[in-house]
Design a protein around this ligand. Sequence first.
Ligand code: MET
Ligand code: ZN
Length: 330
Amino acid sequence: MGSFMADFLQQCGGCSVIDGGFATELERHGADLNDPLWSATCLISSPHLIRRVHLDYLDAGANIICTASYQATIQGFEAKGFSTAESEDLVRRSVEIALEARDIYLQRCTKDSWDFLGSGGSWGRPILIAASIGSYGAYLADGSEYNGNYGDSVTLETLKDFHRRRVQVLANAGADLLAFETIPNKLEAQAYTELLDEEGIQIPAWFAFNSKDGINVVSGDSLSDCASIADASKQVVAVGINCTPPRYIHGLILSIQKVTCKPILVYPNSGETYDGETKQWLKSDGMIEEDFVSYVRKWKEAGASLFGGCCRTTPNTIRGIAKALSLNTV
Ligand code: MET
Ligand SMILES: [Zn+2]
């Protein structure tokens, strides 16, 4: 795993572009995600829309696309009446759709190379498929991915048992890496590193934590402790932050850097906050997309090398980031 990310970043010219908000982009296209499976409900009802959103992000310049599996759990599909085998197929399908999108995109680039060269000449850029894994809190769908409060009855073993089969299925489905996202506490980070090891997972992983105060991860656990757990795992090839307001990112990068030399990734949300009761996103700090993109320079200076967006960011955000990085204006 040692040089996986270094090699990839080198092929990308030093920095790489991650995609933007996936679930919220499905919603913008009209998908109804008011369901315990959230975006994963589209694996059942509208795989074409999933493929479309992946393609939109590739067209916008992303080097890494994250699959629709964030909230796709075997337990969640079983609760809807699917058999275990069908549930595992649906989880696997999330990777297959992303692989299809990459194939379609690359074929189109070969055929329409004129358009492609016209759009910035990024022909042949490397593209990775990251199999998304949301936290146990995301499966509970009760907001606990934003407070990391699982209660005393949830132990390291509970979390390992919960995640084990999905991690195996996703790791064997053809993805290039596993993206553990929105990790709310130390216990879950520890469970992931142990699982990667115990299951002999053959592909690398990244760990992305979330914060709501700009200092600690959302549970209140220390970010340094969390990032150190990631640093200690040979399988982990990048560590960072996702789904966190842009204004906190700079400081968080600096604290991650104190405990790891691994590449740092950041893919913040739009800066709006989600109101679980009204199920609406509220503008909180007047962040507009141009501001977000202009922050990339600061984040790069602070030491991050993979940049993208999370909830409520769009292909436009990603186009802005890709352009800024390719023009070396950041
Ligand atoms: C709540 S964070 C969601 C992350 C996931 N990759 C998505 O964009 O849908
Ligand atoms: Zn998000």
